[in-house]
Design a protein around this ligand. Structure first.
Ligand code: CA
Length: 370
């Protein structure tokens, strides 16, 4: 039936049009047969990050994310990416997105600890959950919803986007054989990890990535943490310190974040919102896979080519740091109600995660080691 209807409709339209074109009719203009296809709205957004230009995996992943969205949306969502300092200083990206100067940002939630102490749970806490646990909490355990509530007053929509996996413990210019070796140690270690080190008698120092090598080489600091072998090798830290310790108890699975201006987010049609969420999840997986696949290769180079001594922290040092980490988190929770609320939620999820882990990942790791 339908083709017949169409043919007859087209035929009558032709007649009307021919009549109109012939100028013989002074009648009203012909009505359109169907509504014209609406021209899709194009969104040209700006995105700032906290990373240096060309920073492998971190900035690289963000560029990939923007490219994927451009492709997926057929150009309807076109995001121009700026590295830290290119449009706004790296650590002003939270404010830039919050105020709507730009629509998106990428960084790590613990950079905003001064404003929102509880934000640190959405990156990493000392002796906290690893990447697998963080992802379980984010996507399956209410973490994303809690995070959204935390950022809502700032006009921001947060989404997880990336994870470094377990970081390295750091570079030291002397061996760490007991807790007493940490006393008086000046170490570049930010955030809660730094507070734990201070409790052990060390002095945490805050330095941006670009300043670390020189400080370590000149002896302004005795030790530093950075990321993992892949990034630490590029920073040349093996030339300034000989001992490379693991595991990174202070950053056991550092999650990275995508932040979106809430008004800009609300202006996106549902299909573009879905593309952003999908691309963010895809980028999370891509980044984590890159860290996991690049780190060991870099570690081998550090050991074999640069004679770095790769050492495990002694069990009693880790045990003491774990005790001090718990103490630090409890103290922070007592100081800030919001921190306490997120801490309780994190701990509740974590207890379940640990219990399941004991009979899955941990049990399997034990089986492999036997
Ligand atoms: Ca780090």
């Amino acid at each position: 039936m339908q083709p017949v209807y169409h043919r007859s409709l087209i035929l009558s339209l032709c007649v009307i049009l021919l009549t109109a074109c012939g100028g013989e009719s002074a009648g009203p203009a012909a009505p359109a047969a169907t509504a014209p296809t609406p021209i899709a709205q194009t969104f040209k957004w700006k995105m700032v990050t906290t990373w240096p230009p060309n920073f492998p995996i971190f900035q690289e992943g963000v560029e990939r994310f923007a490219n994927e969205l451009r492709e997926m949306s057929g150009g309807r969502l076109d995001i121009q990416v700026f590295a830290g300092g290119e449009l706004v200083p790296a650590l002003q990206s939270f404010d830039a997105v919050s105020q709507g100067t730009v629509q998106m940002g990428h960084g790590a939630a613990y950079y905003w600890a001064g404003k929102i102490p509880a934000a640190q749970f959405f990156t990493a806490v000392p002796f906290g959950m690893n990447a697998q646990g963080m992802n379980a909490w984010f996507y399956g355990g209410g973490g994303n919803e809690l995070w959204a509530e935390l950022y809502e007053p700032y006009g921001l929509v947060p989404l997880p986007m990336g994870n470094t996996g377990v970081q390295m413990g750091g570079w030291f210019n002397k061996k760490i054989e007991s807790v007493s070796d940490l006393q008086g140690l000046k170490m570049r270690i930010p955030g809660l990890g730094g507070k734990v080190l201070a409790k052990a008698g060390g002095t945490p120092v805050l330095l941006a990535g670009g300043e670390i090598y020189t400080a370590l080489e000149r002896g302004t600091i005795d030790a530093t943490e950075w990321v993992g072998p892949y990034h630490d090798e590029r920073l040349g830290l093996y030339r300034a310190a000989k001992y490379y310790y693991y595991p990174g108890w202070h950053e056991p699975g550092t999650a990275l974040e995508l932040i979106i201006n809430a008004e800009a987010w609300a202006s996106l049609p549902a299909d573009l919102q879905l593309m952003v969420k999908t691309a963010a999840r895809g980028t999370s997986l891509w980044m984590f896979a890159e860290f996991e696949s690049q780190n060991l290769k870099a570690l081998e180079t550090l050991k074999n080519q640069y004679n770095v001594e790769v050492l495990r922290f002694p069990p009693d040092v880790l045990q003491e740091m774990k005790r001090l980490a718990r103490e630090t988190l409890d103290e922070e929770a007592a100081k800030n109600e919001q921190f306490n609320e997120v801490y309780q939620a994190y701990q509740t999820f974590r207890a379940n995660n640990d219990a399941w882990n004991a009979i899955s990942e941990s049990a399997y790791a034990d089986a492999l080691a036997q």
